[in-house]
Design a protein around this ligand. Sequence first.
Ligand code: ZN
Length: 683
Amino acid sequence: MSQSSNPLLQNHELPPFDQIQAHHIVPAIEAILEDNQKIVASILKANKFTYAALAQPLEEISDRLSKAWSPVNHMNSVVSNDELREAVNTCLPKISEYETALGQNQDLYQAFEALANSDEFNTLSMAQKKSINNSLRDFRLFGVALADDKKSQFAKLSKQLSEITSQFGDQVMDATDAWSYLITDAAELAGLPDSALSLAKQAAETKGKEGYLLTLDAPSYIPVMVHCENRALRKQLSLAMTTRASDKGPQAGQFDNSQLMVQILSLRKALAQLLSFPNFAEQSLATKMADTPEQVIDFLNDLAAQSKAAAQSEFADLEAFAAENYHVDALEPWDVAFYAEKQKKAAFDISDEQLRAYFPAPVVISGLFQVANKLFGIEVKEIFDMSTWHEDVTTYAIYKDNKMIARFYLDLYSRSKKRGGAWMDDCRVRRQLSDGSLQLPVAYLVCNFPGPIGDAPALLSHNDLQTLFHEFGHGLHHMLTRVDCAAVSGINGVAWDAVELPSQFLENWCWQRESLALISSHHKSGESLPAELLNKMLAARNFQSAMTMARQLEFALFDMRLHMEFSDNEEHQVQRILDEVRAQVCVTPVSPDNRFQLAFTHIFGSPVGYAAGYYSYKWAEVLSADAFSLFEEEGIFNAATGEKFLSTILANGGSQEAMDLFVAFRGREPSVDALLKQDGIAA
Ligand code: ZN
């Protein structure tokens, strides 16, 4: 194939989805990688390390790769087939090898250092400076700046860490898969919804068995814990689940992760110390918005102190409810979800189906665009000249002051060969090209809502609505950026613990009377959501929110303390720290055999993942709730407040420190008060 006939090697403003085929992928990616490596070598050989001679051409080649790779990777997620998947899997290790080689390139690191120390550096824009500083930081975190003997040690330990974390994850998966329980008498499953029953029946059939097979996969496990009347069965599943990959429970010792966990902690600490951090928690925060582990601990302790009483009282209510209505005296760990469901049903009689009728997809989408218009002064218009990957996909352009500033694809409905879940991804990043012109950002917004049936519009649940607003919030962060330097434009370079701010922020408009008037309209009567339903929704939103908070704080405090305090010289410290954290925040019963930490793949299943970063969930929630509270004070459609959010947080992306941007918007540092209020924990 000649290069000119390969659509992935032509310079398209937008991906030519109607032309891209599986056989184009490997030759195009290989050609780009090879070409890019030659360009890197020639940049280094020229030995002239100005912004225009070093940073600009590197941005150029990295953008070229992502412009070819992004549509390919995207198609593999939304219209996958065997050829596409094979081509993508062939490219993945090549790209990863290329990126590792760049990140560990000593000469490139020194070139960036020379640029950072040059007189020119002070004349660069804030975004350009930030992108160079980020590059230097990332080179150092790759171990490039180490002396040769330490560098080889770093490489050796990194490799071990990656192998052991992967073993940890494998053992969790093996332990999960190895346990199942066959039930032949359906009466033992009383209370289980029909959908879960047929799933269990199907699981038995695939194993050539008669009856109902229960497993530890979430779609099997959760309905049992929530709905099954059979207490002994709930206990059995709960113990199997919370002892996975440990020295306890039905598979005691078979897949035990205890030693691996200690090795992971030890390797992380050793690697952090090679990079001159006292511990892994400090290393993790080097790329995050939070400054120090102590700051994170204070933050979590503050939330714990302020929500503990509410969590205790929620649990006391649950105990009273179970005693009064079901004569259960002491709640065991396997009773909590079960009685909580009954209590919730008794208190808020509200169903998803009832709400769905008010949220036809076309109304919701136009309402979403009206909300964005009122907040940020942008206009979103459907356009018809973008080629897409599927007939369900609609395409839009965003205008500000009558000028097009971005475009996006919207792929709302689930179908086969499309990955589950919802996400926003970047198709084109905003940046200034070497000829001085501007490349505009383009985003993919993908959801998996049930599609329309016949001529009737798709009806979304309120949960779907929040998902759509959430992803659109990420999309606005990517598309409303005013930064021209790719590495820190849009969501690029935004700290991990701040990246969920715009997405969670926008979800708030799914809960306001004024905005619901725009985004709801009964598909038959045209009536917008009645106040009575909204009030029930709001009450149900905060059901057991303090207990949920306590649980998240337990994970976050355990994760952070473990990575701050770990020492190679103390036995049983993991359990000690977990017990201390539970004594501080946990309000629900825990079985003495509970070893949930040994299946905590979020923080032990990959070299970094959420390690010393689990707090990010709560951190970003605090930011979004606190940002929204300014709208509560000044009006939820206050255009000046909206413009301020746009010009600080959305427009600047990763080009400035997340804390500085937050302070520029809110006028002060974040406070936990708004989240506690939003969760109904504080008045
Ligand atoms: Zn998100």
